[in-house]
Design a binder for this molecule. Structure first.
Ligand code: HEC
Ligand code: HEC
Ligand code: HEC
Ligand code: HEC
Ligand code: HEC
Ligand code: HEC
Length: 571
């Protein structure tokens, strides 16, 4: 679904953000301001100073969720959120998605604080925004390390019993000149990233610097932010020297998320383990559920457990994954979720079963789905004047097989924003599905003119052209696509097969090898390489790939036969 990118700006009636955005409706507060001076009771004596919502009595979640409409990357479903309500009746916060976050959860695109902060140990321990920020000016409460040593010091903090009592603002911890830039807590634990050159944002996940992950998983680290002339290995070795190499490392999901994002199925088992480990932050567990792609039994039962999870974010992304399951399981599970207390979860569940044939369900089931979808349509109506709203409608109309309505929604989305790639992409898919490839090609070519750097458009166009058997034209589009999107193994794989078809053997070989380099464990790719060499009778080169295939598909007879055939040729 569309992600709203722009932060809602401060066009509020009052100075900055209006009081009501954080404090809720202010009936009594307004009455108070209208009272003449003599009758005015002290503001502090009125209920919550006259506002409906009080931070003093609110839960940690409620306090932080007040900030979510404006300080998160999320999809909006309603504009009626009021402080004190559950955020997920109104918004779907994004998970740690590729393109928004690095595989280790650090900020990549502009994500506006919330998704980072809820990853942090501090959030889990009950630290809130107002521990560091003056809620009314937005400024930090103290300059420099004092902000952090409020709690992180030799005495600890009475509110947080688990804190290690230790002197952190000390060369014994940070190993830099006291008071220098390198000794600032935030420089190592909340490094800055600049957006559009002028917008510095601090990573609110307050994590430990992990240069040891940087080389393998392409993640940044605080140390090399400053020490640009040194590499990550140096930084990792330095930390080991400082803190000892045998120290307890925090558990990390980086490798798993990195692999899963590449489509590597071997990540499945650890994804499930991450979901099941309740001590992980909810947003990490939700991300793991979202990345589960397998139709294996174990994935199914992980999703089944997750739809009953205490945490709504986990349920939300489990609902999203129902589409992977066999129809009967999907129906059963969707029914639990269609009664979920939170609206976004209900809606997501309805979307996941929207494409089930009406005739396969009984009347009660159909009624439930209809009700869930109605909530969805209502929510989209509120944002029907946005390209995102129209896109969302198009997606569900397509699932309900209301193709004319879907087409109209996508066209409207493109009219509202001609550069909106997702809508073009979906419209082209719809035309393709309906056998109208000419229309699909037109819409994609038009998109390429508007957004010539958008690899996805070339890729889609290439695939449609292959269907139309215009192979040379398709190869041209593929070439553009792989130049723009360099990390998608399946794309190189498809390109490789096409080039092979066109007898452009050398190029085919390098595309297939590139695919294999990006994902060494995709059986299709490994098979393609084995066959690529076998066809050229280069048996020596074919053999290792065929053997690797046996290890990937140990239960299938095909790979064993392939190895035997190749070995026979070698004799
Ligand atoms: C960005 C969110 C935000 C906005 C906007 C905001 N406040 Fe607050 N306000 C808070 C938070 C958070 C607290 C409690 C924590 C603290 O004291 O820092 C608070 C505390 C208060 C309190 C103390 C009583 C209580 O509920 O804890 C009063 C009174 C108050 N705000 C009045 C106002 C008024 C009047 C406005 C508009 C001019 C306003 N606030 C705007 C976030 C906000
Ligand atoms: C109605 C929208 C809205 C709500 C609700 C809101 N903010 Fe903001 N806030 C903004 C905007 C807009 C900015 C300015 C843009 C920016 O710097 O990201 C801002 C800026 C800030 C800043 C940076 C100020 C600075 O000087 O750099 C902090 C800190 C902040 N908000 C904290 C909070 C907290 C904490 C809450 C919840 C209690 C909250 N905000 C709720 C809209 C909102
Ligand atoms: C209101 C108290 C409070 C303040 C202020 C505070 N912290 Fe924390 N911090 C905590 C608590 C509580 C924990 C969790 C300790 C635990 O593991 O139980 C924590 C944990 C951490 C961790 C460990 C993270 C991990 O993954 O192991 C780091 C790093 C950290 N804080 C850095 C900072 C920095 C940097 C600042 C200042 C910008 C700061 N803290 C300000 C209370 C605070
Ligand atoms: C030069 C970088 C650097 C600076 C500056 C720095 N730290 Fe750290 N900090 C680290 C590293 C590296 C670790 C991880 C050590 C480990 O793995 O055991 C760490 C670990 C931590 C931890 C978690 C482990 C523990 O001991 O509880 C906390 C909390 C923490 N730092 C707080 C702070 C605070 C507060 C400041 C500022 C007063 C600060 N750090 C300044 C690099 C830094
Ligand atoms: C442990 C301390 C701490 C906590 C807790 C914290 N912040 Fe911050 N925040 C900072 C620091 C430090 C900065 C950088 C301020 C500066 O450079 O002037 C910052 C900056 C910001 C900014 C400005 C833009 C940016 O991203 O750098 C916003 C907005 C913001 N915080 C919002 C929030 C919200 C919302 C919460 C709660 C969900 C929150 N912060 C919790 C320490 C904290
Ligand atoms: C905000 C910038 C900054 C960050 C972040 C930072 N440093 Fe430094 N570092 C410096 C500066 C400036 C010096 C030189 C002055 C000094 O010693 O404080 C330095 C000095 C050093 C030195 C000694 C001199 C040398 O170059 O051999 C080491 C080792 C070092 N840093 C390692 C680290 C490691 C490891 C990290 C991450 C955990 C880190 N630094 C994070 C700025 C930074």
């Amino acid at each position: 679904m569309m992600q709203t990118k722009k932060i809602t700006t401060h066009r509020w009636s009052e100075l900055n953000v209006g009081c009501e955005a954080c404090h809720g409706p202010a009936r009594e507060h307004l009455l108070w301001t209208k009272n003449n001076e003599k009758n005015k009771p002290a503001l502090s004596k009125t209920k919550h100073a006259g506002f409906d919502f009080s931070f003093k009595t609110a839960t940690i979640e409620n306090q932080i969720e007040v900030c979510v409409p404006c300080h998160s990357r999320r999809t909006g479903l309603s504009s009626a959120f009021k402080p004190g309500q559950q955020i997920m009746d109104h918004y779907m916060p994004s998970e740690l998605r590729a393109g928004l976050y690095y595989a280790d959860g650090q900020i990549l695109d502009e994500v506006y604080v919330y998704g980072s902060f809820i990853q942090s140990r501090m959030y889990q321990a009950g630290v809130v925004c107002s521990d560091c920020h003056n809620s009314h000016s937005g400024k930090v409460k103290f300059e420099g390390n004092k902000l952090c040593t409020q709690c992180h010091n030799v005495k600890g903090s009475p509110r947080f019993k688990t804190l290690t009592k230790k002197s952190y603002d000390d060369k014994g911890h940070h190993f830099h000149q006291t008071n220098s830039k390198g000794a600032q807590c935030v420089e190592c634990h909340a490094p800055q990233r600049n957006y559009m050159q002028v917008d510095p944002r601090r990573d609110h996940s307050f994590r430990l610097p992990r240069p040891d992950l940087s080389e393998k998983y392409n993640t940044p680290n605080a140390c090399n932010n400053c020490h640009k002339d040194k590499n990550a290995k140096w930084a990792a070795a330095t930390i080991n020297k400082w803190f000892g190499s045998k120290r307890k490392k925090d558990r990390h999901f980086t490798e798993t998320f990195y692999k899963a994002r590449q489509g590597d199925k071997t990540a499945e088992k650890s994804l499930i383990a991450i979901v099941n480990d309740q001590s992980n932050p909810a947003i990490v567990r939700a991300t793991a559920i979202q990345l589960i792609r397998g139709s294996e039994l174990s994935s199914g039962s992980a999703i089944m457990a997750a739809i009953k999870d205490k945490n709504a974010l986990v349920r939300l992304y489990a609902a999203d994954r129902l589409i992977d399951l066999p129809i009967t399981q999907r129906i059963d599970m969707a029914f639990d979720l269609l009664e979920d207390p939170l609206r976004t979860v209900r809606i997501q569940a309805a979307r996941a079963v929207a494409d089930l044939p009406v005739t396969q369900l009984d009347a009660e089931q159909n009624a439930y789905i209809k009700k869930g979808l109605q909530e969805y349509y209502d929510a989209q109506e509120m944002i029907a004047d946005t390209p995102g709203g129209q896109l969302n409608l198009g997606v569900v109309y397509t699932k309900r097989k209301k193709f004319d309505a879907a087409e109209a929604s996508y066209i409207e989305a493109i009219k509202l924003d001609p550069a909106f790639i997702a809508a073009r992409f979906n419209l082209a898919n719809l035309y393709n599905m309906l056998g109208e490839n000419k229309a699909a090609i037109n819409i994609l070519r038009e998109g390429i003119k508007i957004a010539p750097k958008e690899g996805e458009l070339y890729y889609s166009l290439a695939l449609v052209l292959v269907e139309e058997e215009k192979l040379d034209a398709a190869a041209k589009q593929f070439k553009q696509a792989v130049a723009l999107i360099q990390d998608r193994p399946r794309m190189f794989y498809n390109y490789g097969l096409l080039l092979q078809n066109l007898n452009r053997t050398d190029e085919a070989g390098s595309a297939l090898h590139k695919a294999n380099k990006l994902n060494a464990n995709d059986p299709d790719i490994v098979f393609a390489l084995a066959i690529f060499y076998a066809q050229q009778q280069r048996w020596q080169q074919a053999l290792p790939h065929a053997r690797h295939l046996i290890s990937l598909l140990p239960k299938k007879p095909g790979p064993k036969k392939l190895v035997a055939d190749i070995q026979a040729q070698l004799k």
